[in-house]
Design a binder for this molecule. Structure first.
Ligand SMILES: *Cc1c(COP(=O)(O)O)cnc(C)c1O
Length: 360
C-alpha cells in the first residue's frame, strides 16, 4: 500500500488507523451482518454510534452540561444562515469580526436577516493578521458576536478569545476544532464542518448553549431551527450517518492519542518546525504576521510563480501532495491538521530545504 502525505485543506487527511478500522468494519459492522451505510438510523446499533460519538466529544472537549451537541447536514456554510435565523431575536443586530474569505461569506448571509456591523476587520492588512480584540467594545445590544477562530485560507488564527460580556459569542471552528484546548463555556455556539479535523464531509458539529435554542421565528424552515434537531437528538430526519460514524472513529483515535492536550503539543511542534524553517529560509517566506499564525494552515511562497509551480509539482512527485495555495491567495499552503503525523512535516521541511539548495 502506498500512502502519501496529504496537505489538503479539506477534505483532508484522516488518521490511517481510522481508515483501517472503517475498512475492517465496512461490510459487517460489529456482527450486525450489514454496513453502517446500510443501517437504519433508527436501529439500536446506530443509536449506539450516535451516543458514543456524543459522549466522546463531550469528554474530549469537556463540554458543559448545558450545551446540546448536534450533528447537522449542510456544512459549516449552512451555519452561516442558521446562526442568524436562530439568534437574531431581540435587537436583530449582530457584530461580526471580519478576517477573510469565510467570515465574508458568513457576513453576507447574516445581512439577509438583520443589521450586521463589522465590529473589527483586518481587511486593510490584507488579512495577514487578525485584529486585536483585547479592549474591543462590542455592541451590548447585539444578539451575538461572530468570530472565525482559524482562517483556513489566510493562515491566521485568534490565539485569544475576546470577552463579549453577556452577548453570546458564536465561533466558526471548522479548521481548528479539537486542535488545541478550548474553553467551551466562553461560547454560545461553536460549529465546525467535519472534513478538516473531525472526519469526512457531510456532517457539521454544532455545540449550542441551551438558552439559545427555541428562539427562531415561526417562519424559520423546520430543518434550519436548532430546536428541531435538539428535540430529536439529531434524528429528525436521516442524518449523514456514515460521516457521523467516521467522526466516532476519529474521536476514538484522538482519545487513544492522549486527547486534546497531547494533540495540542504535537500540533505546536509540527507548526514550530515549519515556521522555524520558513523564518530562516532565503527562498520561502510566510506573509502572515507572527502573532496571528495558524497552527493548522500555513501558507508560504517564493517570489516567483514559476518556482512555486515547480515546487508543487516536485513535491507531489516526492509524495507530498496538495500543497497548492488557495486560488485566491496563490503560492503554497500546508494544512497540518490533527491527522498529519510529525513525520509528514519533517519530510516536508527536508524537501523544502533540498529544493532551496537546488534552486538558488
Ligand atoms: C471549510 C470551511 C468552511 C466551509 O465548510 P463547508 O463544510 O464546506 O461548508 C467554513 N468556515 C471555515 C473556517 C472553513 O475552514
Amino acid at each position: 500500500m502506498h500512502r502519501v502525505f496529504n496537505f489538503s485543506s479539506g477534505p483532508s487527511a484522516l488518521p490511517l488507523p481510522v481508515l483501517e478500522k472503517a475498512q475492517k468494519e465496512l461490510c459487517n459492522y460489529q456482527q450486525t451482518g450489514i454496513s453502517v451505510m446500510e443501517m437504519s438510523h433508527r436501529s439500536s446499533a446506530y443509536q449506539e454510534i450516535m451516543d458514543e460519538t456524543t459522549s466522546l466529544l463531550k469528554e474530549l472537549m469537556e463540554i458543559p452540561y448545558n450545551y446540546q451537541i448536534l450533528f447537522l447536514p449542510g456544512g459549516a456554510s449552512l451555519q452561516f444562515s442558521m446562526v442568524p435565523l436562530n439568534l437574531l431575536r431581540k435587537s436583530k443586530k449582530a457584530d461580526y469580526i471580519h478576517t477573510g474569505s469565510w467570515s465574508k461569506k458568513a457576513i453576507a448571509e447574516a445581512k439577509k436577516y438583520g443589521e450586521i456591523r463589522i465590529a473589527a476587520s483586518s481587511d486593510e492588512q490584507q488579512f495577514r493578521e487578525v485584529p486585536v480584540l483585547n479592549k474591543m467594545v462590542f455592541d451590548d445590544e447585539a444578539d451575538y458576536v461572530h468570530i472565525t477562530v482559524n482562517n483556513t485560507i489566510e493562515g491566521t488564527c485568534f490565539h485569544q478569545i475576546p470577552h463579549t460580556g453577556n452577548v453570546p459569542l458564536v465561533a466558526d471552528m471548522s479548521s481548528n476544532i479539537l486542535s488545541t484546548y478550548c474553553d467551551v463555556s466562553a461560547f454560545g455556539i461553536i460549529y465546525a464542518g467535519a472534513q478538516k479535523n473531525l472526519g469526512t464531509a457531510g456532517v457539521t458539529i454544532v455545540l449550542v448553549r441551551e438558552d439559545l435554542i427555541g428562539n427562531a421565528a415561526s417562519d424559520c424552515p423546520t430543518m434550519l431551527d436548532y430546536q428541531t434537531h435538539s428535540k430529536h437528538r439529531s434524528l429528525y430526519n436521516t442524518p449523514p450517518s456514515f460521516s457521523i460514524y467516521i467522526t466516532k472513529l476519529v474521536l476514538e483515535w484522538l482519545k487513544e492519542m492522549g486527547g486534546v492536550s497531547a494533540i495540542e503539543s504535537l500540533n505546536r511542534e509540527k507548526a514550530r518546525l515549519l515556521y522555524t524553517f520558513l523564518d530562516e529560509s532565503k527562498l520561502f517566506t510566510s506573509n502572515v504576521a507572527r502573532n496571528s499564525r495558524s497552527l493548522m494552515n500555513i501558507p508560504f511562497t517564493t517570489d516567483s510563480d514559476d518556482l512555486n509551480q515547480k515546487f508543487i509539482e516536485e513535491a507531489k512527485a516526492a509524495g507530498l501532495v496538495t500543497l497548492g495555495g488557495h486560488r485566491s491567495v496563490g503560492g503554497m499552503r500546508a494544512s497540518i491538521y490533527n491527522a498529519m503525523p510529525l513525520e509528514g512535516v519533517q519530510e516536508l521541511v527536508a524537501f523544502m530545504s533540498n529544493f532551496e539548495m537546488n534552486n538558488r
